[in-house]
Design a protein around this ligand. Structure first.
Ligand code: BDP
Length: 721
């Protein structure tokens, strides 16, 4: 009997540890993977320094911070620190001047007051020969951020000796935009369904929501728009607001405010009014009453995100009013409560033969200075629409008198969905570090955004989320790195994509160099690889018209044609946006405008975006444009193969489950890269009439074959040759 109990418990032990392992390595834990620190030397030092805590935590935020700290220390160094109330060696002393008497004695009010409200200090101090670590902040949320930083030091194998850290976010509004519909689907979402369980809200809060909030707080995200920019007016009805309040309550301890999208025609659709004209007094009052009602239900409501007069959405122009007039009406309603508006600048005329690239700037630039103080205008990173590569949007630098918040897309709508490994940190960095020259040299997009702290007392950034109900949150495991990079760049837009990739790998996989450096190589090459096999040399918007996945440079119907984006003919390809063409270049400041305007100086990565170029044009490599284009497409596939090889070298070094997922997706990526390459090369060849150099393998299928793939549905109906 005794033996069988022993056997039974052994069996139980194995089952439990196996299921723990399976759980922990399916990617659910993200970068908050508090597994034991691998470096035994540091491990001991960490343990020694974290023996005790003095951490009075009498608020929701402090309680969340304490819980995180304890969970982190228990996982990372197998230590549950003892509670203490006095200064002893090897103690972490945590708090604000309000929450902790010791902190208010140790740090001067001047020093703490100089921090911004989300900032913190982490410092080693010697007090009467006792060495302690202090984590101090002005407000409770700073403590939570400080704790995440402290744990990150251990996760990334940094020393805890002589700490002297002072951190504060460079941008104030760091917001995720979820394009989630009320029915649980997600527009352009590739990782399952919406996390918001509207049916059981507000009462039931799944633990996943807490983990979501933790993950966001760990990278500094402090705002979440929970619903789609293509808005449903019903989300402003009381019953939906009450549900949303459940989320807001869950987010609050993590310093995250809830925002909603506002449908401009809501006064008619749910308010029973006969118009939504922003000049109409009843309409204005309706919004005021609505906002009042929202704040009664969600006292720290963040504000509205609005897509107006864009892709068929209602807006002030329906009534002959400007974007500024419409935005200001909502801003006035929100102002008494401290709410803000994010008013999107993603507008274009869906008319043939009008250069869409110039629309946003032309519509918004004349309105500079007309928006209320609590309005952000939110352009996308580029002037078209989240393409694999775009030059930075000319509005950055062009609206010094209006607070701009940049919108990036984290979900990979045009970058292979959740099937392709594309590290977007590189794309984000490229835009943020672009020099606008708006106020002289080094006036980067990052600086433009940060400067609104001075001119408008508010600054912001938004990212269209890639998160859903998939067990690993983002579908592709490496989608997590894009969420992480976005949040960290929102905190400090001057971080490099490389340092963030490294940080993510250390926290997600390992600090072991033999794991770190191959993964880093893959990540850093991945974005350019995707550009190569999808849309090199400044090509854009040639993806499948419906799905936005896979190639369709041939799409041509009366309403929309890819030919407007590449304008391919037998002689040339690309769009003349120089001073002799649509003159989009003039929306930039010199010398950027001149650099783009001149075919000799325009970066080749953007050549076809700004120029119409003959097929036999000599590129810098000495190759013709045609050969160069073919080279990029083939190089793209070769680079995916290289990524596969590097990944394979990690077999047995990381857990099977995550290794396997990425491995099989890399195979998918390779197949789709070939699909892109062959379809595009064959299509453009119809026009160039030039051969694919003999050193390259010939495409396996005909162009007609690719043109028949209505990916991703109806495969079986296709009669493949
Ligand atoms: C496009 C997306 C569409 C969005 C739109 C937007 O395809 O689903 O609604 O952008 O940003 O890229 O409003």
């Amino acid at each position: 009997m005794l033996l069988s109990i022993k056997k039974l418990s052994l069996l139980l032990f194995f089952i439990l540890s196996f299921s723990c392992f399976a759980y922990s390595e399916n990617g659910y834990e993200l970068w908050l993977r508090y597994h034991k620190v691998e470096n035994s030397f540091l491990y001991k030092g960490y343990q020694e320094k974290c023996q005790r805590i003095v951490f009075p935590s009498n608020s929701d935020k402090l309680a969340a911070a304490r819980k995180e700290l304890i969970t982190g220390l228990e996982g990372l160094i197998n230590t549950t620190p003892k509670e203490s109330t006095k200064i002893e060696s090897n103690t972490i002393i945590i708090g604000t001047r309000k929450s902790s008497d010791i902190i208010s004695k140790l740090l001067s009010s001047d020093e703490i007051d100089a921090l911004n409200k989300e900032g913190y200090i982490i410092r080693t101090m010697n007090i009467v020969r006792k060495q302690v670590i202090v984590i101090a902040a002005k407000e409770d949320i700073g403590i939570l951020y400080g704790i995440f930083h402290f744990l990150r030091l251990m996760q990334t194998n940094c020393s805890l000796e002589k700490l002297s850290i002072k951190e504060e976010p460079k941008l104030q509004y760091r917001v995720l935009n979820h394009w989630d519909n009320l029915n649980g689907t997600i527009e352009r979402g590739y990782a399952g369904y919406s996390l918001w369980d509207w049916e059981r809200l507000p009462r039931y809060i799944d633990n996943r929501i807490i983990d979501y909030a933790r993950a966001n707080a760990s990278i500094g995200i402090n705002g979440v728009v929970v619903n789609n920019v293509n808005a449903d007016a019903r989300s402003l009805l009381p019953e939906w607001l009450v549900r949303a309040s459940g989320l807001a309550n869950a987010f609050r301890p993590y310093g995250i405010r809830l925002f909603l999208t506002a449908r401009f025609s809501a006064p008619q659709e749910i308010g029973g009014l006969s118009t939504s004209d922003p000049a109409n007094l009843q309409v204005r009052q309706w919004w005021k009453d609505k906002v009042k009602e929202i704040y009664e239900i969600i006292p720290d409501f963040g504000g509205f995100l609005v897509k107006a007069n864009s892709e068929g959405q209602p807006g002030p122009q329906d009534y002959g009013q400007t974007h500024a007039f419409g935005a200001n009406m909502l801003a006035e309603a929100l102002e008494p409560y401290g709410g803000v508006i994010f008013w999107r600048a993603f507008v274009y005329h869906n008319e043939r033969n009008i250069d869409r690239v110039v629309n946003g700037y032309n519509e918004f630039k004349p309105l500079d200075g007309q928006f209320h103080k609590n309005v952000f205008v939110q352009p996308k990173n580029g002037a078209i629409d989240f393409q694999p590569r775009e030059p930075f949007h000319p509005l950055f630098g062009g609206m010094p008198n209006t607070a701009l918040a940049i919108e990036f897309q984290i979900t990979q709508e045009n970058l292979g969905h959740a099937g392709h490994l594309v590290y977007l940190g590189s794309l984000f960095e490229e835009t943020l570090q672009s020099d606008t020259y708006a106020q002289g040299k080094n006036w980067t997009v990052s600086k433009v955004l940060q400067n609104y702290n001075k001119t408008h007392e508010m600054s912001g950034i938004a990212g269209v989320s890639n998160i859903g109900t998939d067990i690993n949150w983002t579908g592709h495991l490496f989608g997590q790195a894009n969420w992480h990079a976005f949040g960290r760049l929102a905190w400090n837009p001057d971080f490099t994509s490389q340092e963030l990739a490294e940080e993510w790998i250390r926290m997600t996989f390992s600090n072991d160099k033999t794991i770190l450096s191959p993964i880093l190589t893959i990540m850093l090459m991945s974005r350019e690889t995707a550009v190569d096999y999808m849309m090199p040399i400044g090509l854009n918007h040639i993806m499948n018209y419906n799905t936005h996945n896979g190639p369709e440079p041939w799409h041509d119907d009366p309403l929309w044609t890819a030919f407007d984006y590449h304008k391919v003919t037998k002689d040339s390809i690309g769009i003349n946006r120089t001073t002799t063409g649509s003159n989009a270049v003039s929306q930039y400041y010199p010398p950027v405008s001149n650099v783009f305007n001149n075919i000799e100086t325009c970066p080749e990565t953007l050549l076809l975006w700004f120029h119409r170029v003959p097929w036999n044009y000599k590129m810098k490599s000495g190759e013709t444009l045609w050969n160069e284009m073919v080279k990029h497409y083939y190089k793209g596939v070769e680079k995916v193969e290289k990524m596969q090889l590097i990944w394979d070298s990690l077999s047995q070094k990381i857990d099977n489950e995550r290794f396997g997922q990425v491995k099989s997706l890399l195979q998918l990526q390779k197949d789709e890269a070939i699909w892109w390459r062959d379809a595009c090369v064959l299509f453009f060849q119809r026009y160039s009439g030039m051969p694919i150099p003999s050193k390259y393998e010939t495409p396996k299928h005909s162009l007609e074959y690719y043109q028949k793939i209505p990916f991703p549905y109806e495969w079986e109906k296709v009669d493949f040759p």
